[in-house]
Ligand binder design. Sequence first.
Ligand code: ADP
Ligand code: ADP
Ligand code: ZN
Length: 210
Amino acid sequence: MESIVLFGPPGAGKGTQAQRIMDSTGLPQVSTGDMLRAAVSAGTPTGIEAKKYMDAGQLVPDEVIIALIKDRIQEADAVNGVMFDGFPRTIPQAEALSGITEVSHVIAIEVPDGKIVERICGRYTCADCGAVFHDSFNPTTVEGKCDSCGSGQFKRRADDNADTVMSRLNAYHEQTSPLADWYRLKGIFHVIDGDREIDHITEDILSALK
Ligand code: ADP
Ligand code: ADP
Ligand code: ZN
C-alpha cells in the first residue's frame, strides 16, 4: 500500500488537482477538510469539537485528525493506498502517518500568499458531487450547471472569507510548512508551480508521479 500526499497552502488547488488525477492514480481522495465538514453537518462529537477551530481558521487538534485517518484507512477502497488532500498538516500528524501507510510521493503545490485570498474568496463547490469552481478563474462552462454532474446546486464554505483566510495562512506557515523539510529529507518531495493554468499543473503532477 503506497499513498500520495497533496501538500500546499489553503486554496493552492489540492482538491481541484485531486479530482483530476484520481482516475490516473486509481487512489481515492481523502480530504480531512471534507471529512470534518461532513462531521460538522452531521453534528457528531468530532464535528462539534472541530467546528470552533475551523470557524477561527485554526488547525483542529492532532488527536482528532489522526483518529479520523486511522478509521478512514481501514475502509475497503484504501487497500492500495489513498491520495491525501490537506493531511498531514503538522509534524505529529506526519509521524503518525508513517506508522499507518507508506508515502511514495509528496506533491507540493506552491502559490504565493498574495494570490490565496482571491482564490479562496471566489471558491464554490457543487453541492451534489463536490466539484470545485471559481467565480473568475474556473467558472462552470454553462452558468449555474455543474460540469461534472449537471446539478444546479452550489455551496460556499463558511470559512472561505477574508478574515479567516489570514489565520489559515498563518497556521500554514507556522505549523504546516516545516513539514516540507521533513519530507524533502526523505527524497519524496516534488515542488509544482501552482500559479499557472489548471491543466499545466495536472500534467506536471502526473509526470512527477511516474
Ligand atoms: P485547496 O484544496 O488547496 O484548498 P482548491 O482546489 O479548492 O484548493 O482551489 C481553490 C480555488 O482556486 C477554487 O475556487 C479553484 O477553482 C481555484 N483554482 C484551483 N486551481 C487554480 C489555478 N491553477 N488557477 C486559478 N484558480 C485555481
Ligand atoms: P483548505 O485547503 O482551504 O485549507 P481544508 O478543507 O483542507 O481547507 O481545511 C479546512 C479546515 O479544516 C482547516 O482550516 C482546519 O481547521 C481543518 N483541517 C483540515 N485538515 C486538517 C488537518 N490535517 N489538521 C488540522 N486541521 C485540519
Ligand atoms: Zn456536480
